[in-house]
Design a protein around this ligand. Structure first.
Ligand code: TXA
Ligand code: MG
Length: 342
C-alpha cells in the first residue's frame, strides 16, 4: 500500500489494519513509528520481522489518553514516592516526547517488552498519532519506522525508502522534533534517563530534581537493551570533530588530510559552512543542519541529513560536534552512536 495523506478516512483505514493484526507506519511529533496492536503478540512480532530488530530490544507502547496508562502498566506496585514522581512527569510532559518505563501489566505480551517485567509507555502529542490510537481502540506498540540500525524516519519518504510500498504509511509531513522521545526509568529511585531525546535533562530536573542519566549510573545501561546496538547509522563511516570556529576548521582540515576517501560529506552548521568552502577540498560535500543558535532546528534536520549523505554516496562523513546542553545532548548521543563501529 502507498503513502496516504492522513485524512480522517485514511486514519480509519489504518486503524482497521491495526485491529486486524497488521502493521502501519504513522507520524508522531518525534519520528515516524511502525505500529501494531500492543495487546496482540503475533501482530507485534511482524514489526520485529519487518525491521530486522533483535528480539531482546523492547518496544514503546503508545496511548492516546493519560488514563490508559492503567491498561498497560501496573501502577499499584509503585512506592508512593515513585507514584508521585510518575504523576508529576505525566502531568508536566504528556502528551509529548517523554517515555516512561513502568511495571508491566499482564495485558501486554512479553514480545512487546522483550521479556522484561517493565513496559515503556508514551502519549504522543501528534494529533494524527492520537487519532489513530483512538480509532484502533487499542494501545499501539511502535518502534521508529526504520530498518534496524538506520537513522529514524522524519518524513514518509524515509519510511518508503526502508520498507518499500508494501505497507500503509500515514503521511503527516515532516516531524516536529526529529529525534526520538526521552526514555526515563520510573521503576527505581532516583529515576534514570535511559535514552536522551525530545525532553531535556534540564527540563526533567525542573520537575524531578535528582533525575540521573545512565552515564552517572552505568550499571543500568543494560536495562535499556536498545542502547547496546549500533544505531542511527548512515552507510558511510562517521567521525565527529570537536571545537568551534578556527579550532573546528583545523580539526576538519586534519581529518581531510589523513583520509583517502573519494567523496566526503561534512555535516555542518550554518556558521561554519563558509569556512569549509574556503578549505577548497574538491572531495567534500557540505550539508548544514542549521544554525548553532537554534539547536532544536539542528535536531529536526539531523536524521534527514544523515540519510541525504547516503543518496550522495559519500564514503566518509565528518560531523561537527554540538554543545551537550539542552537538546544538544540528544544530538550528540545520536551522532556518537552513528559513529560507533560495533
Ligand atoms: O520517539 C520515540 O520514542 C519513537 C516514536 C515512534 O514514538 N519510538 C522509538 O522507538 O524511538 P524505538 O523502538 O526506536 O526505541 C525505543 C527505546 C529503545 O532504546 C528500547 O530499548 C527502549 O526504548 N525501551 C523500550 N522498552 C523498554 C523497557 N521496558 N525498559 C527499558 N527500555 C525500554
Ligand atoms: Mg529506533
Amino acid at each position: 500500500m502507498p503513502i496516504l495523506k492522513a485524512t480522517p478516512e485514511n486514519i480509519k483505514k489504518a486503524a482497521e489494519i491495526i485491529r486486524a493484526g497488521g502493521i502501519v507506519a504513522f507520524p508522531t511529533e518525534t519520528v515516524y513509528g511502525l505500529g501494531a496492536n500492543a495487546f496482540n503478540g503475533l501482530a507485534v512480532k511482524k514489526i520485529f520481522k519487518a525491521k530486522g530488530r533483535p528480539g531482546d530490544n523492547p518496544l514503546i507502547v503508545h496511548i492516546a489518553d493519560k488514563r490508559d496508562v492503567a491498561l498497560v502498566a501496573k501502577l499499584g506496585s509503585l512506592s508512593s514516592r515513585l507514584r508521585r514522581i510518575q504523576d508529576d512527569l505525566i502531568r508536566k510532559f504528556w502528551p509529548g516526547p517523554l517515555t516512561l518505563v513502568l511495571s508491566k501489566n499482564k495485558n501486554i505480551p512479553s514480545v512487546v517488552s522483550a521479556g522484561l517485567e517493565t513496559v515503556a509507555v508514551r502519549m504522543p502529542s501528534n494529533k494524527i498519532a492520537r487519532a489513530l490510537i483512538r480509532a484502533a481502540g487499542v494501545p499501539i506498540a511502535a518502534p521508529s519506522a526504520n530498518k534496524s540500525g538506520r537513522p529514524s524516519p522524519t518524513d514518509a519518504a524515509h519510511v518508503t525508502h526502508d520498507f518499500g510500498k508494501n505497507m500503509l504509511i500515514l503521511d503527516g509531513g515532516k516531524t516536529k522534533i526529529g529525534l526520538e522521545s526521552t526514555v526515563v526509568d520510573c521503576t527505581i529511585f532516583p529515576p534514570v534517563i535511559l535514552r536522551r531525546g525530545g525532553v531535556t535533562l534540564e527540563e526533567l530536573r525542573r520537575v524531578v530534581k535528582n533525575t540521573s542519566t545512565f552515564d552517572e549510573q552505568r550499571v543500568v545501561r543494560a536495562k535499556s537493551p536498545g542502547m547496546k546496538y549500533r544505531h542511527y547509522a548512515p552507510r558511510a563511516p562517521l567521525v565527529i570533530v570537536s571545537g568551534t570556529g578556527a579550532k573546528l576548521v583545523r580539526a576538519v582540515r586534519d581529518a581531510l588530510k589523513t583520509s583517502r576517501a573519494k567523496r566526503i560529506g561534512i555535516l555542518a552548521t550554518n556558521e561554519h559552512v563558509p569556512l569549509y568552502m574556503r578549505l577548497g577540498d574538491p572531495r567534500t560535500i557540505t550539508l548544514s543542519v542549521g544554525s548553532r543558535k537554534n539547536l532544536a532546528a539542528c535536531a529536526r534536520r539531523l536524521f534527514a541529513t544523515l540519510r541525504q549523505f547516503d543518496t550522495l554516496n559519500v564514503d566518509l562523513i565528518i560531523a561537527e560536534s554540538f554543545p551537550e546542553r539542552g537538546i544538544g545532548a540528544a544530538i550528540m548521543d545520536r551522532l556518537c552512536r552513528a559513529a560507533e563501529t560495533l
